[in-house]
Each structure stands twice: as C-alpha cells, then as structure tokens.
Design a protein around this ligand. Structure first.
Ligand SMILES: Nc1nc2c(ncn2[C@@H]2O[C@H](COP(=O)(O)OP(=O)(O)OP(=O)(O)O)[C@@H](O)[C@H]2O)c(=O)[nH]1
Ligand SMILES: [Mg+2]
Length: 244
C-alpha cells in the first residue's frame, strides 16, 4: 500500500520538446513565445529582446523548453550587431542536447529577403534548414480577402525559396493569442513530427556508425589473415632455404 502511494506520487516524466525562436527584429518572436507556452508575461514582448531568454512550461502534456533570441536587423542594408550574432549562435546551447526545431518568424505584412534570412540563420550551420519551421506572425494583418494559402502562393520567389529550404514546413500564429485549440493541436502535431524526424536522423547516424565499425572490423580481420598467410609463406621459404 505504502509502495503504491509513493508510486502514484512519483513525478511524471513528460516528453520534452525544445525550441528556439529566431527572426528579424519585431517580427513577433517574444509574443509567439508567450503564445506557445500559454503564459502572458514569460517573454517581454513589445520591447527589444537584448539577450537569449529560456523559459519552460507544460503544454498539452509536453514539457516545452523555448529560447527567445534578440532579432537581427531588418532589411539587407541593416547591419546586425556582432553581439546579436553571438547570441544567435549561443541560443542552441541553452536547450541541451540541442533544439528539436527552430522557429523562424516571418511577418505576413512584410516582404521577406531570403538572402538576409540565410545570412543570419546559417550562423548556426548550413544544416540548420533541416530543423527549421517557418512561423508566420501578424496573420491578423493579412489583406482583406487573402488567406494564408494565397499569401504563400503570392509571396514571391524569396518566400518560396525559404519554404522549399524548410521542405514545406510552416505554421501560422494568429494575433498573439496562440490561435485557439485547433492551432495548438496543429502545432503539437507538427512538433511531434519534427521530433520523430530528429530521432530518426539520430538513429540513421547510429546505424551508419555501426556499419562503418563493422566494415572496419572486417577489413582489420582480412588484413590480419593476409599478414598471417604472408608470415607462414615466409617461414616456409626460410625453412626450405635452411633445408637446402
Ligand atoms: N497585430 C499584431 N501585432 C503583433 C503580433 N505579434 C506581435 N505583435 C506586436 O509586434 C510588436 C513586436 O513584438 P515582439 O514579440 O516584441 O517582437 P520580437 O520579434 O520579439 O522583437 P525583438 O525582440 O525586438 O526582435 C509588439 O508590439 C507586439 O505586440 C501579431 O500577430 N499581430
Ligand atoms: Mg523579442
């Protein structure tokens, strides 16, 4: 009975999801962070985020760790401070062993320049796209009669390029309220999908390592056998010349 009691009191271990929010300044990262974690004041929205901030909350039976970052300067002409670039690079270290996904915030009411996004996102390495999801913000600012699908279709080559780099992964966040229950279910599904993808990649890497190890062992065994045969042949030759 006592055992049962302590068992039921044991803390639950929730599946963990680790995310990093990245994007240009004032694209709504901090607002999105509060919406995802469903906490109004976790991240300071409406004021420039100066350094990375990490917050954690239980959302839909997941332990979600979210890192908010300072935004990079807008437009190709704007030079991003080195300090901000360093923060971007450090953001992933705040959710060890690494984020499951990077959320790239894009405002629907602003033109996007793919080169500018690349320049900043790829500070985290060229492989960064495999883990990136486009997160559209300010969807309440869409022009009348234009829905998200139409916005994406008409978003120009740069937006298409980013979408292709992310293999079509995107999510729409509406006006800072988190988008209602449907949106949260959608979000949860996408994040679980990302997590599965990430785990599969790790498994594949593990299999590749095993295959390499096996190959190495086989090669070593072959070399040893060849050497043994050579040694035997040499011994036989020596014996023969001694006998003569
Ligand atoms: N209308 C509307 N306003 C939004 C939305 N998301 C954010 N905002 C507003 O946009 C402004 C900037 O939002 P933040 O969340 O602080 O943006 P940020 O990307 O964190 O900004 P930095 O930290 O400076 O990079 C704030 O005044 C928000 O209230 C949205 O979906 N719709
Ligand atoms: Mg911010």
């Amino acid at each position: 009975m006592e055992n049962q009691k302590s068992f039921s009191k044991a803390p639950r271990r929730l599946p963990e999801i680790r995310l990093v929010l990245l994007g240009e300044r004032e694209t709504g990262k901090s607002t999105a962070g509060n919406a995802i974690l469903r906490k109004a004041g976790f991240f300071q929205a409406g004021a420039a985020t100066e350094e990375c901030v990490r917050q954690q909350a239980e959302v839909a039976m997941r332990l979600v760790t979210l890192v908010d970052t300072p935004g990079w300067e807008a437009g190709v002409a704007g030079a991003t401070l080195e300090r901000v670039k360093r923060e971007i690079v450090c953001s992933v270290a705040l959710c060890p062993p690494g984020p499951h996904a990077l959320l790239l915030t894009l405002r629907v009411d602003t033109l996007v320049t793919a080169g500018h996004v690349r320049e900043h996102l790829e500070l985290l390495g060229e492989g960064v796209w495999r883990h990136t999801i486009l997160l559209f913000t300010h969807s309440d600012q869409l022009r009348d009669g234009v829905d998200m699908e139409q916005h994406i279709q008409g978003g120009g080559r740069d937006l298409q390029y980013l979408l292709e780099k992310c293999r079509g992964r995107y999510h729409v966040l509406s006006g800072g309220d988190g988008g209602g229950e449907d949106m949260k279910q959608q979000e949860k599904r996408k994040l679980d999908e990302m997590k599965r993808h990430h785990e599969k990649e790790m498994e594949e890497k593990d299999l590749q390592m095993k295959a390499l190890k096996q190959q190495h062992q086989e090669e070593t065994a072959r070399t040893l056998t060849r050497n043994e045969k050579l040694m035997e042949a040499r011994k036989a030759e020596q014996q023969e010349s001694e006998d003569k």
